[in-house]
Write a protein that binds this ligand. Sequence first.
Ligand SMILES: C[S@@+](CC[C@H](N)C(=O)[O-])C[C@H]1O[C@@H](n2cnc3c(N)ncnc32)[C@H](O)[C@@H]1O
Length: 257
Amino acid sequence: MDINQLQENFESLAAEDPLWTVLSDNSKRGGQWDVEEFYATGEPVIDDLGKRLERVGLSFQGSSAIDFGCGVGRLTFPLSKRFSRCYGVDISQSMVDYARRRIERGPNCQFIVNDSERLESFKNDSIDFIYTAIVLQHIAPRYTLNYLREFSRILSKGGILAFQLPSHLNPKATDNQKPLRMLRKSTYYKVKSFRQKLSRWLPFIGNDSYFEMNAIRKEEILRFLESQCQLEVADAQTFPAAGDAWISYLYIARKPS
Ligand SMILES: C[S@@+](CC[C@H](N)C(=O)[O-])C[C@H]1O[C@@H](n2cnc3c(N)ncnc32)[C@H](O)[C@@H]1O
């Protein structure tokens, strides 16, 4: 999916049901999330992140942070309690509008729409901490690798990048052991993607949005962070944020001082 298609997808999903787009629990579809219950899921994630940092001798250090792919600010607001300035960056205007309307949850947050492959709003060496979870899995690998380069460019010296990304399909997941079902699923997404592209020229075809899932092998990511981003990897532990079907990791890397 190219970046324009990605934006159109998230924009239409977010305009319809922003909370379900962030946490796609089937029982909560159609505006069924209780707003307080939804936002309460954010603090434990950031608390767990703090513990993972501690285990490798790091902490929420510095004054500025970015939550990339912030959605409605579920993780941005708790992250903002650990920093004096916190930016939520998202490709969807509707997500950012929703978060801005709840700014009292984190008055030191600033929400920014970014629909580019780069992060032009941020200067080199300017941000102390960057976090992103359940975002890069929806972005085509070529863009993810670009964003990782961008994160490294804007991190301050000694700054920390923490991100979640699936590595590969979980061979033990029941669904993944049914090759015909997998083939049906991947064909279905290819057809959807083709229909979306066609609907730009032939609007009567209709265009229903969906989540694309992507993975990059852990070994490739580790190599890329060190050789292309000049980041030192401090940790890469499993992190089941992409559901049972995927083996996913939380990577923690540091820009040399
Ligand atoms: C599943 S939601 C997760 C939101 C948030 N990280 C959380 O866990 O609460 C994915 C978010 O990533 C955003 N997103 C997708 N592609 C993006 C991109 N290229 N740049 C910035 N945000 C993006 C979507 O608009 C959506 O808000």
